[in-house]
Design a binder for this molecule. Structure first.
Ligand SMILES: *[C@@H]1O[C@H](CO)[C@@H](O)[C@H](O)[C@H]1NC(C)=O
Ligand SMILES: *[C@@H]1O[C@H](CO)[C@@H](O)[C@H](O)[C@H]1NC(C)=O
Ligand SMILES: *[C@@H]1O[C@H](CO)[C@@H](O)[C@H](O)[C@H]1NC(C)=O
Length: 684
């Protein structure tokens, strides 16, 4: 039977891939050099930030193996293409939980056919065409069924939570706490995980319930679930995510129209089990599309902006408020700081090694700050909308134009520095000013009509007024979502994550097919600090991993670009043998192989979520890159100098004077032509 054969082949192929990914990924084309690995591992322990170049202390035997590993010429184009084909293998474990799952191999083959290796993407770039980084990622999938003990304990927990939950007339959904499921999954994850990789639990438990149910995400630090948007999934603090397909259907998205609708019913894979009966195959293809979406958005999310590494990060919180009252409810700096600190301190956090993170608070009285009121009045715009009351009434409302505000704040940075008494930060730290305009007015004033905060590359702007709430343009499970306009903590956490760490909001991805940013709110419930549907401001593994991965990817891309530059320059000088003298040549080859080796190690560490190691190898490869640039620069200077001294032909004075004389003679004849020829004419 042909289908079985293909499935079998695909499975064997996958097993092979998994085997390869499990046993250290073969990335380097050159033969491994014995001893190099242990030498560098030891160096990484002595000097984890790689402040010193390890090359001089490299044993000479290792240097010899480095230079002998590629005899003959370097073929520059193939070196460049090998640099451009760095690919991070991403292991992903999918666990099917429940008695009704049939075939996991079919799911695997569906996914394998939809997922090809793809570049890491950037949402905002300085140049509009460059949304792809040079580094790619490739999915290495492992699908299996979980033991029935897990599904029976989950079913029991859900059933008992359901029977304890009072049914409500106001809502079609029974609500149970996400912790019912999460505590069990989290324990199972701890017992199962074998390596650092992401686990997705898909629950299809077949729990019988008198009414549809979904999960509520009341969080300890949120005041009794205001939005109370129920969902069917949760992204953990640790690297796992679960989706209960038996829960729901839920819907959340724009209230009337707009991008990112999450439709109720059978069109969205989250609702795959609801609606009419479907064939197994149709169901599995929907699960596959759900898993693929989770992979793209949560496991390899795009970078919001490129972010460069600095050893010290400073957030300047600048509160601009009416004099007399500095009301900090809804704007508790310590809560904001805690969201990051919690993550920064518990090891698997946002920072590398001993990178430091500081929050500095400043306050400005609006009345004493003329530039502040100028900025606000210059950026205020109005829009009109029609409402039907007794008759159609035209309503004019105001909003702040964030781009103009940003421009004014950038232009008057010095003035702000003076007014707020901002300290001069030392060189080599990344400083992010966060301007919070706390205005003493009683109307709604949002940024660009809809936003409480906006993250720019170089600053965050937030605004609030005395009004407490407004109805947003979003709805969740049939009800409008309200925005509490004085609550800025969660929006600020999200905005700082975007500007400081380049973390993308959970609802944005870059689509190379559409060449634009797509909006999809599927993953915007539960633990995410982004979007209007969640109340939670703590970070899940998605944001924590993205924060550190973004630094690594940005500088890896930079190294690749810079290495290509130097190779092209070698090529322009007629190739390595031509440019470099014997002694330089040997060092060049050694440095080059070491550089490539370290890049491969970076990629492999990235694939195992070992960000510290990836960071070490990348930092360490900078020394080699610098040395290569230096060698090539010196050699090309020597070549150019020798050209000037010996190779230039002597200046052709003779030829030049001859032609100059000829030219002068001709001009003379031309100027005098009338006289010369007239004389001749007269003779005839
Ligand atoms: C990191 O640690 C080193 C010593 O291990 C120290 O010299 C350096 O100042 C620290 N950097 C930061 C940003 O804390
Ligand atoms: C519309 O209704 C308001 C009261 O709701 C009234 O004051 C106004 O005159 C009406 N306008 C027109 C054009 O009928
Ligand atoms: C990433 O690298 C590619 C290839 O070298 C380069 O074209 C691109 O501009 C780089 N992008 C960024 C943001 O540095």
């Amino acid at each position: 039977m042909p289908t079985t054969t293909t499935t079998a082949t695909v499975t064997v192929f996958l097993l092979l891939l998994l085997f390869l990914s499990g046993t250290g990924i073969p990335l380097s084309s050159a033969a491994p050099i014995p001893g190099l690995d242990s030498f560098l591992t030891q160096q990484s322990r002595i000097d984890p930030k790689s402040t010193k170049d390890p090359f001089p202390s490299l044993p000479s035997s290792l240097k010899k193996s480095l230079s002998s590993s590629s005899p003959g010429h370097l073929h520059i184009p193939s070196l460049i293409s090998s640099l451009l084909s760095l690919s991070v293998p991403i292991p992903l474990h999918v666990r099917l939980v429940g008695p009704d799952f049939t075939s996991s191999s079919l799911l695997t083959s569906f996914l394998q056919s939809s997922v090809t290796s793809s570049h890491f993407h950037l949402i905002s770039t300085p140049s509009p065409s460059q949304h792809s980084l040079s580094v790619t990622h490739s999915l290495h999938l492992d699908v299996s069924s979980s033991p029935s003990s897990l599904s029976s304990s989950l079913s029991a927990a859900i059933s008992s939570a359901l029977s304890a939950s009072p049914s409500s007339l106001r809502s079609p959904l029974l609500s149970i706490s996400y912790t019912t499921v999460d505590s069990i999954i989290s324990r199972h994850f701890d017992s199962e995980k074998s390596d650092n990789s992401v686990y997705i639990y898909i629950l299809n438990l077949g729990v019988k319930s008198k009414q549809p149910y979904a999960y509520s995400y009341y969080h300890a630090d949120s005041s009794a679930g205001y939005t109370n948007c129920l969902g069917t999934l949760w992204t953990g603090n640790k690297r796992y995510l679960w989706i209960d397909l038996g829960a729901g259907p839920v819907d959340y998205g724009p209230a009337l129209s707009g991008d990112g609708v999450l439709p109720r019913g059978e069109f969205h894979p989250l609702a795959a089990l609801h609606g009419g009966p479907k064939s197994d195959k149709a169901l599995l293809s929907e699960f596959a599309s759900l898993i693929y979406s989770a992979y793209q958005v949560l496991v390899v999310p795009p970078l919001r902006i490129p972010v460069h590494f600095e050893s010290s990060l400073i957030v300047q919180l600048i509160h601009i408020h009416a004099s007399g009252s500095e009301d900090l409810t809804g704007l508790d700096w310590n809560m904001i700081e805690k969201s990051f600190r919690n993550e920064a301190n518990d090891g698997g956090g946002l920072l590398f090694g001993n990178q430091s993170l500081e929050f500095k608070k400043y306050s400005i009285k609006y009345e004493e700050c003329s530039i502040c009121s100028f900025a606000i009045s210059r950026s205020t715009n109005s829009f009109t909308s029609r409402f039907l009351f007794d008759n159609y009434t035209l309503i004019v409302s105001e909003y702040l134009d964030s781009k103009r505000l940003h421009q004014i704040l950038s232009d008057s940075a010095e003035e702000f520095r003076r007014v707020a008494g901002l300290q001069e930060e030392e060189f080599g730290s990344r400083v992010l000013p966060v301007y919070v305009f706390d205005l003493d007015i009683h109307t709604i004033l949002l940024l660009d009509r809809y936003h409480q905060t906006i993250a720019f590359r170089d600053m965050v702007i937030a605004v609030r007024t005395k009004t407490a709430q407004t109805v947003s343009d979003y709805s969740c499970n049939g009800r409008h979502v309200f925005t509490r306009t004085r609550e800025l903590q969660r929006p600020l956490v999200g905005a700082i994550l975007q500007s400081m760490w380049g973390v993308s909001p959970t609802h944005l991805i870059w689509s190379p097919t559409h060449k634009s940013t797509l909006v999809d709110y599927t993953w915007s419930v539960g633990q995410t600090p982004f979007g209007p549907f969640s109340e939670v401001s703590s970070l899940s593994f998605v944001q924590k991993d993205a924060a550190r991965r973004n630094f690594i990817l940005t500088s890896l891309n930079y190294s690749v670009t810079s290495a290509i530059d130097v190779l092209e320059s070698v090529d322009a000088h007629g190739g390595d043998r031509n440019l470099l003298k014997q002694k330089q040549y040997v060092e060049f080859i050694q440095r080059w192989h070491l550089f490539r080796y370290k890049l491969d190690k970076t990629v492999s560490a990235l694939s195992h979520y070992d960000f510290e190691m990836a960071f070490y190898y990348l930092k360490s490869s900078d020394h080699d890159l610098y040395a290569i640039h230096d060698l090539v620069y010196t050699a090309s200077q020597e070549i150019e100098a020798s050209l000037v001294c010996f190779k230039d032909p002597p200046f052709p004075w003779a030829a030049l004077s001859f032609s100059a004389a000829g030219f002068l003679a001709l001009s003379y004849v031309y100027a005098k032509r009338d006289r010369l020829f007239r004389n001749k004419r007269k003779q005839f």
